[in-house]
Design a protein around this ligand. Structure first.
Ligand code: PGA
Length: 254
């Protein structure tokens, strides 16, 4: 039976009060509870400022909370930044690193992302490492080269032991927020390639798919042998849709 994980990336949405409401609706939703009873792990990644609230709302459930990013240094003169230890102290157990929006808008490189993986591990957080090709790279047919390069740099700098404790999220950039999800065949092909590459280093970890995952397409994506769940953006803001995705993940476990 494969392990299934569904993570919700709320991005820059919600205030503390609307985040509490959303987390509460998700935690109490029958679809989420049913999926979790079957063994699905559910992670909510709210904005930093809602983390404390969301951690208290889900404290009595098995839902865990993750950050959307962290700084690569443990502390220091970095105005406006948030360290992995601060995130851990709030009650988070994981952190997304290398999301394509961070790569694009904050010019994050594979080297910096590798440093963030190390920072996350030093604070005892599970890094959720995002990789994925742009539309232009897919059109040129170089997606596997791009992902191999992204992962190899991270493996080289952060080391096998750190990656062994991580989760990978394959998120084709062209599928994020566009409503144009990868087909199960496209996703499975890349997931299999990632799995093979990691196994060459003795690493066996969950590989999530991300990019326009909805209640409608989740089942066919989750049926793929190398897809171990989803990193969900837009649909994670709607309790009903997110719950349906968790329930679909539960269906492949039973
Ligand atoms: P989306 O976002 O589900 O809205 O496409 C996914 C992500 O960015 O993680």
């Amino acid at each position: 039976m494969k392990q299934m994980i569904v993570a919700g990336n709320w991005k820059m949405h919600t205030t503390a009060s609307t985040a509490a409401e959303l987390a509460g609706s998700i935690a109490h939703h029958a679809g989420v509870q049913g999926g979790m009873e079957k063994g699905v792990s559910v992670i909510l990644c709210p904005p930093f400022l809602s983390m404390h609230t969301v951690c208290s709302v889900v404290a009595s459930s098995h839902i865990t909370v993750g950050a959307q990013d962290c700084h690569h240094e443990p502390q220091g003169a970095f105005t406006g930044d948030v360290s992995a230890a601060m995130v851990r102290d709030m009650g988070c157990t994981s952190v997304i690193v290398g999301h394509s929006e961070r790569r694009r808008y904050h010019h994050e490189t594979d080297e910096l992302i590798a440093a963030k993986v190390l920072a996350a591990r030093a604070a005892d957080l599970v890094p959720i490492i995002c990789v994925g090709e742009t539309l232009e790279e897919r059109q040129r047919g170089v997606q596997t080269d791009v992902i191999r390069r992204q992962l190899s740099t991270i493996l080289e700098i952060a080391g096998v032991t750190s990656v062994q404790a991580a989760i990978i999220a394959y998120e084709p950039v062209w599928a994020i927020g566009t409503g144009l999800a990868a087909t199960p065949e496209q996703a499975q092909e890349v997931h299999a390639m990632i799995d093979t590459l990691l196994r060459e280093h003795g690493v066996e970890i969950p590989i999530l798919y991300g990019g326009s995952v909805t209640a409608e397409n989740a089942a066919t994506l989750f049926a793929c042998p190398d897809i171990h769940g989803a990193l969900v953006g837009g649909a994670s803001l709607k309790p009903g849709s997110f719950a349906d995705i968790v329930a679909e993940a539960g269906n492949v476990m039973s």
